[in-house]
Write a protein that binds this ligand. Sequence first.
Ligand code: UDP
Length: 396
Amino acid sequence: MKNGGALPRICSAGPRADKTKAGRSVIIKTTYDFLIAGGGLFGSVFAQKAVEAGKKCLVLERRPHIGGNVYTEETEGIQVHKYGPHIFHTSNSGIWEYINRFAAFNNFINSPLANYKGRIFNLPFNMNTFNRMWGVTSPAEAREMIERSRSAEYTESPKNLEQMAINLVGREIYETLIKGYTEKQWGRRCEDLPPSIITRLPVRFTFDNNYFNDRYQGVPIGGYAAMIEKLLEGAEVRLNEDYLKDKPAYDKLAEHVVFTGSVDAYFDYRFGELEYRSVCFETETLDTDNYQGVAVMNYTDKETPFTRVIEHKHFDPVNRPRTVISREFSKEWEPGAEPFYPVENARSVALYRKYAALAEREEAVTFGGRLGTFRYYDMDKVVEQALLCAAKLLAP
Ligand code: UDP
């Protein structure tokens, strides 16, 4: 990575036809082909493809580090996921091959646990969960229990997360493992959340604790920061620089802008704020080599104030005498906080459509990533979108 934290260069002006005082248009040369606002996963993948195609890229990152929310940092020899756990998983072999060019992935399989008032359940919902909940040992018995639990309340076309969850696993599992966690995470009642959130989680009738159904899965050995650094090789990166703080000046530097920040912020919240959830972390180093025996422990009751506890060393087991844990607290986003999760409810989605229509009309700007397109994407989808965006913008 070059030039981290350096001051903006004084640049010659750009081919956007600028007006002279006399009102004549002058064609002036820009310094970069692409200005990429945001050095997260989307921006870094886009930069990699653009540099590979011989383009000159400037990446502006407002935080003091690259990687956006996938950023990891070493503490006590352990890669700490500073913005929550990130496990790369995909079924797309092309995406998997692509990302493996920039990091060696370990064989981590996400098998989080749910802690409900001291009782431990396996996730996602599988035969181990059903056995712990009801003592059933066969898929047929488990199906029968779920059927019994949901039959009174089955909803033909579920309109919200509660109806969908009850359809999938019945009320008892919904109340033990879903309702408290979801309402803490989203700060909204399950009746007011879209069904799509819960269908991210598999329900299976096998004894398989793998949280994801995807063929490929892992965490980069050496952390995400090193992976992002590799993606950004050949691009100029400036940390602590916020594109939106001086947009007119930055726009003069490049032919095209790839914007990965929040789309409503880009348009100065003209139609109002989109809804996001933010997360804050309480991270501690503990004098024990193993605190909870698993990377992710979800607290699914409503009384525990945090949603989950992450023990970072279990993502890539290292033999260290101490351990680092993070308690994760979910809160409503407000200006100044980091937006994490787009809240895709009816109001926000309608509002986003208005911003998307404006975004369409920005000829020299392309919007991307979770925030730029207001979508609850997994990492593989972000990579895929960035590759598609690059293919489009780099086409001859
Ligand atoms: N969820 C739940 N209980 C859990 C874990 C997840 O009810 O113990 C629900 C919750 O609504 C959450 C959704 O499943 O928002 C998706 O979870 P996922 O783990 O995909 O969320 P992420 O990893 O993106 O935070």
